[in-house]
Design a protein. Structure first.
Lengths: 264, 319
């Protein structure tokens, strides 16, 4: 079986803090980490390789060159090949342009399944996996929270999606894109000490715009269909808070408030 | 006259008029026509506000998968040339919208929470960085404006009732289904925190003791909700998460226990009448948004308040 994972490295959003008084976002140089949903996707791919010996695994990302060490770690965990799509001209690409760049590379790969995450914590759109499906003309399914490893082969895959009120199981014909959710609980293994410094660079390729044969105007800002005008922080309505302690008097204040407001 | 299409997902999001309100804010001052189409069921409530409803005939009894829907709506767009296509933020809507945007070679803005007009341009506002920042997006290019809207943010007041014309549409080329539903298991206990009037919400400060808040929720006649930290630790299901990666809620009372109030959490609070927070840190961001701030241990306070309410109810009974 041939599996390709598409991943994104994102800043750790928990490290970004917000100053409500000044209404600014405090952005220290947050380190890039593997997006949580994508970590579940790569974990599933590694498990599939274990259960189906002979499976080939490739991981693809579009990012600045600086993510190479992150990519190398995935190879040390068991991916056979890594591809970094990187070019200064890709900067500013919206999801339309990004999915186009990724799809251009993917259309040259042969695969049974593409495994991705559903949602990236920085962009927050969930667009790219579905857009890849359309560029490549194949099925795509989001929010996968369980994979049925017994019913997973070259022809079709069985996956479950957690919905609001139910758990639904779907059969998906290959080739297809399966987009995992971190709710699945699939976790990447720790990198073994023996593998930590393993040389893997010869299995990683860096591909730029020219190598992909994409015209310049179809990538970056000029290839995008949306433009970010600006960002702002949100203003929140402050209230005239009453401060009490968690003692008897405090309980009484809260209790009386609830009675006054007709909540009790 | 401008024309736009609202896609409904009626069985999943019944009675949703949110997108009618988004459209009103987008085109409010000019004359426009609004069409509807539904991925599941028929939008009974919204129907009377539509100029046209496109009903798909010769529908496969198995329904369409997302790839097929993309083809069908792509074809419909060729006929009608809508200026805008609005899609709900349901599971299906979120897979459909990006595909359709690629098919129509147009831009897509996800999870819109606000619509602005500036110097003749339409600006769509959405959260980014897990709700830490708001980004104003403008669509560029010639394609229709496409967006998905965050659920439970836009509220349609009332509009002019219209004579809805039904347009039967038979798609020509849908291709084979590649995704088939095999099985549905209903969840045993379920409530939607979007409908709750009283929410007792637990955060990192409550941690593993989260389930202990159940007694207080019960005493208040409300439900439990949680912050992302609690859900990420597997202590509660994503369905009861408040915030950017969870739901937007508008209860009468929001009792925030051990919740720090990071912006992505606060983003999920909309038109909450009363906010009471309990925190060991009275300077946590949630506290400046609260009516009452209780400084101290959340679990300890919850127990005391539960007891006080129990006593109150007993006194009422004995009167």
């Amino acid at each position: 079986m041939r599996i390709v994972c598409v991943v994104k490295f994102v800043p750790d959003v928990d490290k970004l803090n917000y100053d409500f008084d000044k209404n600014i976002l405090i952005r220290d140089q947050a380190r890039l980490t593997l997006n949580p949903d994508d970590a579940s996707g790569t974990a599933v791919a590694l498990r599939l390789k274990k259960e189906h010996p002979g499976t080939s695994l490739e991981v693809i990302t579009m990012a600045p060159i600086s993510v190479l060490p992150n990519l190398e770690d995935l190879l040390r965990m068991g991916f056979d090949k890594g591809t970094l799509l990187s070019d200064r001209e890709f900067a500013g690409s919206d999801t339309y342009a990004t999915s186009r760049i990724l799809a251009r590379y993917l259309s040259s790969c042969s695969f049974d399944y593409i495994i991705t995450g559903t949602h990236a914590v920085d962009g927050d759109t969930s667009h790219v996996p579905a857009q890849l499906g359309e560029w490549l003309g194949i099925s795509q399914i989001s929010g996968v929270s369980r994979l049925d490893f017994e019913h997973f082969n070259e022809g079709c895959a069985r996956v479950s999606v957690e919905q609001e009120r139910s758990m639904e199981t779907y059969e998906v014909d290959s080739p297809a894109i399966l987009s995992l959710s971190r709710e699945s609980g699939y976790k990447l293994p720790y990198l073994r000490k023996a593998d930590m410094d393993r040389y893997v660079k010869d299995h990683i390729q860096v591909v730029d715009r020219q190598a992909l044969g994409l015209p310049k105007e179809e990538t970056g800002l000029s290839g995008s269909r949306t433009k970010v005008l600006g960002t702002c922080t949100k203003q929140f309505e402050k209230r005239n808070r009453v401060l009490v302690k968690a003692d008897e008097a405090g309980v009484e204040t809260v209790f009386s408030y609830l009675v006054d407001k007709g909540i009790l | 006259m401008k024309k736009y299409l609202i896609v409904f997902d009626e069985e999943v999001s019944p009675g949703s008029l949110d997108l009618l309100e988004v459209a009103r804010q987008m085109y409010g001052n000019e004359a426009y026509e609004v069409y509807g189409l539904s991925l599941s069921g028929e939008p009974m409530e919204a129907m009377k506000y539509l100029d046209g409803f496109i009903r798909i005939s010769n529908r496969d009894p198995k329904g369409f998968d997302c790839r097929q829907w993309t083809k069908v709506i792509g074809e419909i767009q060729k006929h009608y040339c809508f200026d805008g296509i609005l899609i709900p933020g349901t599971w299906m809507g979120r897979m459909l919208a990006p595909r359709l945007a690629v098919r129509l070679h147009t831009g897509l803005t996800a999870d819109v929470t606000d619509v602005r007009h500036r110097e003749g341009h339409l600006e769509l506002v959405r959260p980014a960085f897990s709700g830490r920042l708001m980004a104003a997006i403008i669509p560029v290019g010639d394609g229709p404006v496409m967006l998905t809207a965050r659920e439970n943010v836009f509220r349609f007041q009332a509009g002019e009732e219209k004579r809805t014309q039904i347009h039967e549409y038979s798609p020509t080329e849908v291709g084979l289904q590649g995704v088939r539903l095999l099985d549905v298991q209903m969840k045993p206990a379920y409530y939607d925190i979007c409908n709750s009037q009283i929410l007792v919400s637990g955060g990192a400060g409550v941690g593993r003791q989260f389930q202990q808040l159940e007694a207080l929720a019960e005493g208040l006649g409300g439900q439990l909700s949680a912050s992302r930290q609690i859900v990420d630790q597997g202590l509660a299901s994503r369905q009861i998460q408040v915030g950017q990666s969870g739901k937007t809620v508008s209860p009468k009372l929001y009792l925030a226990l051990g919740i720090y109030g990071a912006i992505q959490h606060v983003e999920g609070l909309r038109q909450v009448e009363h906010i009471i927070s309990v925190n060991t840190n009275p300077d946590a961001p949630i506290c400046s948004l609260s009516d009452i701030v209780v400084e101290g241990d959340a679990i300890d306070f919850a127990k005391k308040l539960t007891e006080r309410i129990r006593q109150y109810r007993e006194d009422l009974k004995n009167k």
